[in-house]
Write a protein that binds this ligand. Structure first.
Ligand code: CP
Length: 336
């Protein structure tokens, strides 16, 4: 464990987040990054990625840092993270050996490990991330876990800050959207927390049954009220965008659907009307990407003038650069 871990994006505290956003903005405007010659970043990708992997590797190049990207099971040993299991199956090495060894070779250890959506307790505990955090000898960087996606959250916060100056009080509608598959809650959780931290007026819109975890909703409400904002829920697709200045679409699986996937699939199919086909005048459309066109959102919205998705994605580079500068530079987060 380190006082420079970035796990859910709240670790730097409000002042630290402001510092990171300011630094990301300077870097985007052409400021020279610091360099860390001889340093290396290890990145364990247990799931696929386009933006997170390429922005991490590009940031490493700009910092003079060597990125070591590992995909367990593809060229490195498949890793077991569960405690007390008989390892007579596919997993050749346990995290208890691998993570201390790996973290003795690198200066930051990053990991991507999505929710399995089979075991609610395991997903709520964010077991892989928690295990890496407990076993690592160097700062840990979450590249999207079962519950959180802090680098996405920082890029989103940078987008809101660029668009609004101070995002406090601006209305963001985080809307559930149709999708052919059940998806994890990490991104909607993160959007919720990131917007709440900045004091935005957050509306969470979803069909009945697709609730986010109650502890995440409670935490976001607390953060929002501390920052001068609020969080409320609507189940009405017709009025969900009323007053919205940002529409953020994402599909997710409801917390109550563990063990009831067939029921969820039929509810998802019946909710195709939640596709985003327009946003209020002046509002921006956001999505973390990748996005399924004409399922989640129409071509017209995604290709139109209200789409902020390219700007949002571009901030992924500048925000991970700012985070790695801070983690490699040895400064404690202001909140630590
Ligand atoms: N938004 C995001 O994290 O994209 P990737 O899954 O492609 O990294």
């Amino acid at each position: 464990m380190s006082d420079r871990d970035l796990l859910d994006g709240t670790e730097p505290g409000p002042a630290g987040v402001r510092d990171l956003l300011a630094r990301a903005t300077e870097l985007a405007a052409g400021a020279e990054p610091r360099t860390f010659r001889g340093a290396s970043v290890g990145a364990l990708f247990l799931n696929p990625s386009l933006r997170t992997r390429t922005s991490l590797e590009s940031a490493c190049a700009m910092l003079g840092v060597h990125p070591i990207v590992l995909q367990p099971g593809l060229g490195t040993w498949d890793l077991e993270f569960r405690d007390g299991v008989v390892m007579d199956g596919a997993y050749a090495e346990h995290a208890k050996e691998a993570i201390p060894v790996l973290s003795s070779f690198v200066d930051v250890l990053a990991v991507r490990s999505f929710a399995g959506l089979a075991d609610r307790a395991a997903d709520r505990e964010d077991r892989v991330l928690a295990s890496v955090r407990a076993l690592s000898r160097v700062p840990v960087l979450n590249l999207e876990s079962a519950r959180w996606h802090p680098l996405q959250g920082l890029a989103d916060q940078a987008t809101w800050t660029r668009r609004f100056g101070d995002p406090r009080g601006k209305r963001i509608v985080l809307t559930w959207a149709p999708h052919p598959k059940a998806l994890p809650q990490a991104v909607p959780n993160q959007v919720l927390l990131s917007a709440a931290m900045l004091g935005m007026d957050v509306v969470v819109a979803h069909p009945e049954g697709f609730d986010l975890e109650p502890d995440v909703m409670d935490r976001a409400s607390t953060l929002a009220s501390e920052a001068g904002g609020g969080v409320r829920v609507t189940h009405d697709p017709a009025t969900r965008f009323d007053g919205a200045q940002v529409v953020y679409a994402k599909s997710w699986s409801g917390s109550s659907f563990y063990g009831r996937r067939e029921e969820e699939a039929s509810l998802r199919e019946a909710s195709s009307g939640w596709q985003v086909t327009g946003v209020p005048a002046g509002a921006g459309f956001m999505h973390c990407l990748p996005v399924r066109r004409n399922v989640v959102v129409s071509d017209a919205v995604l290709d139109g003038p209200s789409s902020w998705v390219q700007e949002q994605a571009a901030f992924r580079l500048w925000t991970v650069l700012a985070v790695l500068e801070a983690q490699l530079g040895g400064a404690r987060w202001p909140s630590a």
